[in-house]
Every structure is written in C-alpha cells, then in structure tokens.
Design a protein around this ligand. Sequence first.
Ligand code: NAP
Length: 454
Amino acid sequence: MLTSVNPATSQIIATHEEHSPQDVNSIAENTATDQLAWAANNYPHRAGKLGAAAEVLRKRSDEYALMITSEMGKPINQSYAEIEKCARVCEYYAKHAEVFLSNEPVKTEASHSYIAYRPMGVIFAVMPWNFPFWQVFRFAAPALMAGNGILLKHASNVTGSALAIEALFREAGLPGNLFRVLKLPGSKAGDVVGNQHVKGVTITGSVAAGRSIATKAGAMLKKSVLELGGSDPYLILEDADLELAASVCANSRLINSGQSCIAAKRFIVVKPLRKAFEEAFVKEMQNKHMCDPSLQTCDVGPQASIKLRDELHAQVTKSIAMGADCLLGGTIPHKEGAWFPPTVLTNVIQGMPVYDEETFGPVAAVIEAANENDAIRIANDTVFGLGAAVFTKDEKRGQIIAEELLNAGCCFVNAPVQSDPRLPFGGIGDSGYGRELSYAGIREFTNIKTVYVG
Ligand code: NAP
C-alpha cells in the first residue's frame, strides 16, 4: 500500500493499492503498443498534443498546485510556478523537437550519409517527490516528442500527483497507454528494469537509489540517465556584491523549503568577507516566513516527511557536536508536522555531515576559505558535481572559474543555479550522468543512427 501524508499536519491524505507483477507486465505491453503508433506520427501531430497538455496544465493549475502542496508541503506560490514551468517545457519541446532531431547530413564517400534520431521505445522513469510535476515533465516532454512511451514509478508519497499527470496526458489527447503510472514502492522499482518492453531507464533521486537502478540497467545492457544528489557550493569572493550574494544565497538555499538538488548548500566565503557575509545572510534567512504552505505568504513550508526532517536534524546536531556554531535555527519546533526552521551553521569544516553530505532541507553551512584558490579547492572537495555558483564583480574571472575550475555540470556567475529548458541540466561524479533539457536531453533516449547510402 502506498500512502500520501500531508507533512504540514501529519494527516493521511490517501492510500493506493500497489500494482502486482502481472499488472506491471500488462501495462508495459499496452504502453509498447501505443508507443509504436505514437512513433509513427509526425512531429506536428505530437507537438499538437504536447501543446494541449500545456493547456490542461494551465486550466487545472488550481487543482494541481493544491495537490503538490498537500502531498509534499511546497509553499503554494511555488506550486503554481512549478505548474507553469511544466506548461513551458511542453511548449518548448513542441516547438523545437523537430529541429533538435532532424536528420544531419555528413559528407563522406557515400552518395549520401546522415545521422537520424529515432525513438528508443518504452522508457522507465523513477522520479522523486520534491518537484512532483516538474521532475516528470522535464523528462517526459522531450521523451514523448522524440516518439517514446513512458512508464512512471513516482515517489510513493506523491502517487496522487502521478495519477493526475497520467490523466492529464489522456485529457490532452495522447494515446491512453502511452504514459502510464506504475504504483510500486522503491524496493520493487528495480524489477521493472528487466521488463522486455523497457528499452531505457532514467532516475532522479538519491545516490543509493541511482546506484541500484544503474547497476540493474548495466546488467541488462539498457541505457540509463541518472540525476542524483548535489552539495552545491556558492563561492563568495573578496570583490563580491555582498547584498546580491546574501540575497541569492538565502533564496537558493530555501527554494522548495530547502529540498532541491540544486539548492545552494555550502557557502564558501573568503576570510575578509566572512563576518559581513554571515550578518547579511542570517538577516535574509531569518526574514523568510515559515508557515502553513497553503498560505500565499509562505516562504518556507514543512519538510516532506518526519523521517527526512529527523535525518536533517541529525546532520545538524552531529555537526554542532563536532564544533560547528549555530547562528540561526537548528531545533525542531514543538508542533504537529515535519517542520524544520531556516538554519545557519558556521565554522564548518571537512568531516562534519553538513560539509561532506547533501543537506536536503533549509540548512546552510558557512565555510571559511583563506583565499580564492582555497575557495575553489573547498568547492571541489565533494563527491558531488551538480551545480555551483561564484560571486565576484570581475565577470571575466568568474567565467573562467565557472568554465575551467569548478567541477560541476551547471556553473553560474552572480546568479543562482537553476534549470531552464534551453540549457542542459545534469551532473558529474555522484550527481549522476547524462543530461536533461536542451537538445542534449531530447537525444538521450534516441537511437542515434548512422544511415549510409553507398
Ligand atoms: P529517493 O529515496 O532516492 O527516492 C527517489 C525515487 O526513487 C522514488 O521514486 C523512490 O521510491 C525511488 N527509490 C527509492 N529507493 C529505490 C531503490 N532502491 N531502487 C529504485 N528506486 C528507489 O530520493 P528522495 O530522498 O526521495 O529524493 C531526494 C533526492 O533526490 C536527493 O538526493 C536529491 O538531491 C535528489 N534529486 C536530484 C535531482 C536532480 O535533478 N539531480 C532532482 C531532484 C532530487 P519510493 O518513494 O517508493 O521510495
């Protein structure tokens, strides 16, 4: 049984029967049948359906935003923004997929030779709860436009959102089995990788889940894309605009109540700026309003579950026990629900959980660096490599640091790390491999085919 619990109140919202292995087989077979018909359609036909999906998203935004907020506690304004972003990614790929996947002539000795991008078939997607709609759409919009079918195993606590997305694609006029939800717990997700109809696998989630799925995909020789965790460093250099840096850092740390893979997590400040940065940053963090996520005034909602909140709290208490100083927050409020306040720890050093591990919640780790080189060294002192940002008034220097010196998939200068349909998104190291979004993302689940006519 899969259970959705409102993390703001600890009330059970719904329970869902799991699919049996027989259900999974028959759903996968039906998806494979619909995928073949879908792949035979031309791009304008598919684009029309994706455009219709964008319309349904906007028409039903109240319903979907409320679903997100009640299932995982996102502040309601951010839930609406998530729905709008999903509509935009549908429109983006409806408009650009044909160009991204058009045949590319290559001059050889042949009379003509070219590269063609053909759909792979049915792709199995394992997704997390933190952006219950966006995580799905950012993979699904390009995969569907490329001509693929999708089996979605969503996080158990957001099964309501998963079923709403399945119904949404049907309402938009996509074939009824082209996009199907598999109601399964994480422990049974790996079994689906071996299904004969599954041709590729994508997972967005923790390192442990990614490693498990990738191991199975490797054993079955199936293509996989992994979007895993991050411990994004934000570097504050000596010539940084302090006001800008403090504000961007606080907003980025607290987006989605801190539960974002690309939220700012480690704040690496050069020594001369440290005290001033801490003062400005703490002020920004304490100005954020933690309250009922269904209120328009909410900046920070609850964590997605009591279990995740308690794991975060343990990272904080252990770091403090090891010598970190707590400048803000740090303790669990006495009220029902999975609440944890904006928290700032300083004097953080290597070996502490908030330095070495991902903190998936509103906890900031301030780390002092002796100078710029030391800041870059600390930034790269991680197993992750998803995003990174650098703050400096010397834009050229910032660009060199971003392009050449920071080990991450998405590097930003004087701006927060964010995803954008026009730019590739993904990481290196324990943050995973493969890319989503942009032309790179839509090509991941295609057969990049050589055609040679002698
Ligand atoms: P999680 O526990 O790995 O859950 C993610 C998904 O994987 C859920 O559908 C979950 O199902 C499933 N799952 C869990 N264990 C599994 C296993 N052994 N085999 C196969 N599937 C399994 O991750 P989370 O804690 O909910 O999500 C937060 C993590 O996701 C963070 O590390 C975050 O950084 C990462 N994330 C990465 C990105 C990115 O784009 N790089 C974006 C968002 C989040 P159940 O819910 O049924 O357990």
